[in-house]
Design a protein around this ligand. Structure first.
Ligand SMILES: Cc1ncc(COP(=O)(O)O)c(C=O)c1O
Length: 350
């Protein structure tokens, strides 16, 4: 690995394998189906590892990811967790549905339902769907359990759509449980069976069992973990498989080092943390600023300081966005590069 040119996005294979196993075992122990989200890695070989560990199917965020993973034959049960709008996308969805045992979608509004229903009816088929519920995150999702029932009923009346259940992201206590409890009550009273209740999020994995309504869980980040997951208390640095190898290219002052990677590798995603990465060899160092190709590291709190030419390993803030920045990821074991994976679904944002 020492001759790996930098910046290079590496993943520790032993940690990846352990993360896959640990999460799968936890969910299995609680009778919750595991539906990993592949947008984190975008690499079919890793999806296959997740399926081999016992996942029920995979989750994709974009149709392009479904296309890449279907072409690679990773799973025949796929959930697409994004509102699909417009004719071009409906046609791609239906073409994919013909190749898979199950391709389910989520939506949170009638406009999407109408478009999909119409496309499915014209193709003489039915698309299974979950109603997306906003249970506290403030992103997509119907706002109340009553609205979930209303949308499900409206969509069922349209034809071409088959109601399968409810979906939320991320599980948030106590809002998610309360929302789902009330929603299931309403659906029961209305005589509408809800076979699937799909929750998600890596920080929520180890508490998923506290939401008894969940039948499945979608986590993505857990396969690599990152600074945000460590900050949430769900993982330690030892659980972080993704490390960006960077070279120190300059030390303009005693307290400042410059890395050969900036926003074009790490992205500027801060989300819940301050700073842009964690240097494993220099834990007191802070990546305080990024420009496109430069990472500015504040060493003032460090006892030891890296020299020019030294290679350091940086755990990024948010591994999912880093995956989308590079052509390949290096799988490393015992200090050696064991495999190089093209990030096959990189850039698949449609
Ligand atoms: C809809 C949906 N489900 C599941 C996930 C997986 O969450 P995490 O990456 O925290 O595991 C995400 C992540 O963005 C998501 O948007």
């Amino acid at each position: 690995m020492t001759d790996l040119d930098t910046p290079a996005v590496t993943v520790r294979l032993d940690i990846v394998e352990r993360n896959i196993r640990r999460v799968h075992d936890h969910l299995a122990r609680h009778g919750i189906a595991n539906r990993p989200h592949v947008k984190t890695h975008k690499i079919p070989a890793l999806g296959r590892m997740q399926m081999a560990a016992g996942a029920q199917g995979i989750t994709c965020q974009k149709l392009g990811e479904v296309e890449v993973f279907t072409e690679a034959g990773v799973a025949d049960d796929v959930l697409l967790t994004f509102n699909v709008l417009g004719r071009a996308k409906s046609e791609r969805l239906l073409a994919l549905a013909r190749r898979l045992a199950r391709l389910a979608v989520v939506f949170d509004n009638e406009v999407v339902a109408r478009g999909l229903g119409e496309a499915a009816r014209a193709a003489g088929t039915e698309i299974p769907f979950l109603v997306e519920c906003d249970t506290g995150f403030g992103r997509n999702g119907v706002q109340t359990p009553e609205a979930a029932l209303e949308l499900a009923r409206t969509a069922m009346r349209l034809g071409g759509l088959r109601f399968e259940g409810l979906m939320t992201f991320p599980n948030r206590e106590p809002g998610t449980r309360q929302f789902l409890e009330r929603a299931l009550e309403l659906f029961k009273r209305a005589g509408v069976p809800v076979p699937v209740v799909s929750g998600g999020g890596t920080p929520a994995i180890f508490a998923a069992q506290n939401i008894p309504q969940l039948t499945e869980h979608r986590a993505g980040t857990y396969i690599y973990n990152d600074r945000m997951v460590v900050a949430s208390g769900t993982a330690t640095w030892d659980d972080c498989a993704m490390r960006v190898r960077c070279t120190v290219v300059s030390t303009p002052t005693r307290d400042r080092a410059i890395l050969d990677a900036g926003t074009k590798v790490f992205t500027s995603d801060l989300y819940t943390v301050t700073g842009y990465g964690h240097l494993l060899e220099y834990p007191e160092a802070a990546v305080v600023n990024l420009s496109e190709e430069h990472g500015v590291v504040d060493l003032s709190a460090c006892r030891a300081r890296p020299a020019i030419g030294e290679v350091v390993e940086v755990v990024p803030n948010h591994c999912c966005v880093v995956s989308n920045m590079v052509d390949e990821v290096y799988g490393v074991r015992d200090g050696k590069v064991e495999t190089v994976w093209p990030v096959a679904a990189r850039g698949e944002v449609r």
